[in-house]
Design a protein. Structure first.
Length: 109
């Protein structure tokens, strides 16, 4: 699978469409705790308005990662999904809330 590091979102969305998007155990554990389903994660990643908020290079990490803001529940609720690539897998997912996030795009404290 060829990778364009400037736009990993396309790589991640393609993996989702090919049922090749993985989830690490930590992500699944946190999703259960936060009552977030894989369908919600995949809807957020696939939304037309999905955007990369932060790109984390490989330095100090097993692979590059990016924090994606997407929307689930038919575009009504924001979701942050941290995804590693080029072999895409979900690292964690959460709804951005106060105090850590003022808005879905703007960090709080």
């Amino acid at each position: 699978m060829e990778m364009d590091e400037s736009e990993p979102i396309h790589l991640i969305q393609n993996a989702k469409h090919q049922n090749a998007l993985g989830y690490i155990d930590y992500a699944l554990k946190k999703m259960i705790e936060r009552e977030i389903t894989s369908d919600q994660v995949e809807e957020a990643l696939n939304s037309n308005s999905a955007e990369i908020l932060r790109n984390y290079p490989q330095a100090g990490r097993p692979s590059p990662e990016c924090l994606i803001l997407g929307w689930h529940d038919s575009g009504r609720r924001p979701l942050h999904v941290l995804v590693a690539y080029p072999e895409p897998y979900v690292v964690t997912a959460y709804e951005p809330t106060l105090p850590k996030w003022r808005t879905p795009r703007e960090r709080g404290e």
